[in-house]
Design a protein. Structure first.
Length: 261
C-alpha cells in the first residue's frame, strides 16, 4: 500500500538477539509512538531499541479485533504504530489477516523482513543448507496439529524428498515427527534440535533421529525449538568432504571470471 507519514509497520524482530534485528526495523522502533509486540515470542530485550517515549503493548492476550482496534485508534490520532513479530513476519506470523483488516479501514502499512530462526540456527551451527550435488532444497514447514496443514504439504510427503528441512512449531508432536523422519531419513541419520536460538537460553543439541523424543525429554525442550534434518546436518557435524561449488572453481568459467587453463 502507499506510504504516508504514519504508515503502520509490520517489522521482523529476528530470532531473539537484539543485535539480529535489521537496521530498518531498529529505526522503526526508535521512531514509533506505539509498539505492539508478540509477547509470547518476542523477548522484551528486543525493545531496547524503542524510543524514550514509545509505549509498548504485548499482544499475547489480544485477539485480532483488539489488535486492529488498537492500531486503528493510534493511527487515527496520527501516531506511528509498529507491529513487532518474531523472526520474519511472513513465516507463521499471522500478519496476512491483520493486513486485510487494515485495508478495509484504508490504513496504509508496510512490512520489514527479519531473520528467521532457521537461519539463526544454521549460522550458529556453521552449516550450509544447500550443498553442491548433495542437497539444493530447503523446506520450512510444520507438522499438522491444532492448526492443520494442507494434505499436499503433509510432513510425510515433504520428508520423502529427503531435502534439508527445518520443522517449526512441532516439538509438541515429537513422537510423530520422529516416526516420519525415521522412515524417510533413516533411524541413524543425524538431526538437530535448536532451542531458543540467539536467546541467552539457547541450546542446540545433535542427536540420531531414533533418539529425537528422548533428547527433547532429557533436555526438557517442550516448545520454542526447531527440528533440523538433512544431509547438511550430517556434513556439518561429521565433517564429511563434499563436492566444491562451481562458483569458486578455478576450472569453471562464468560471467565474471575465465577458467584457468
Amino acid at each position: 500500500m502507499k506510504k504516508d507519514q504514519n504508515t503502520v509497520v509490520f517489522a521482523g524482530a529476528g530470532p531473539g538477539d537484539p543485535d539480529l534485528i535489521t537496521v530498518k526495523s531498529m529505526n522503526a522502533l526508535k521512531t514509533a509512538d506505539l509498539i505492539i509486540y508478540a509477547g509470547s515470542l518476542v523477548p522484551e530485550a528486543v525493545l531496547c531499541w524503542k524510543g524514550k517515549n514509545t509505549k509498548t503493548q504485548s499482544s499475547a492476550g489480544m485477539d485480532l479485533k483488539k489488535i486492529v482496534d488498537t492500531i486503528s485508534e493510534y493511527h487515527a490520532r496520527g501516531k506511528k504504530v509498529v507491529r513487532l513479530h518474531t523472526g520474519d513476519p511472513s513465516l507463521y506470523g499471522a500478519i496476512f489477516e491483520q493486513m486485510r483488516e487494515l485495508e478495509k479501514l484504508n490504513i496504509p502499512y508496510e512490512v520489514i523482513p527479519g531473520v528467521t530462526a532457521a537461519f539463526a540456527a544454521s549460522a550458529k551451527m556453521n552449516m550450509e543448507y544447500t550443498l553442491p550435488e548433495v542437497t539444493q532444497t530447503l523446506i520450512l514447514t510444520r507438522i499438522s496439529g491444532r492448526t492443520p496443514v494442507p494434505d499436499s504439504e503433509d510432513l510425510e510427503k515433504l520428508a520423502s524428498h529427503q531435502s534439508s528441512m527445518a520443522i517449526y512449531l512441532s516439538i509438541g508432536h515429537a513422537i510423530k515427527v520422529q516416526e516420519i523422519l525415521e522412515k524417510h531419513y533413516g533411524k541413524d541419520a543425524l538431526c538437530a534440535v535448536a532451542y531458543k536460538v540467539s536467546h541467552p537460553e539457547e541450546k542446540i543439541v545433535y542427536t540420531k533421529i531414533s533418539k529425537l523424543v528422548k533428547t527433547c525429554e532429557d533436555n526438557e525442550i517442550t516448545r520454542h525449538a526447531l527440528i533440523i534434518v538433512g544431509k547438511s546436518v550430517e556434513a556439518c557435524v561429521l565433517g564429511r568432504d563434499i563436492l566444491k561449488s562451481k562458483l569458486y572453481d578455478s576450472t569453471f568459467s562464468h560471467g565474471y571470471r575465465n577458467a584457468e587453463k
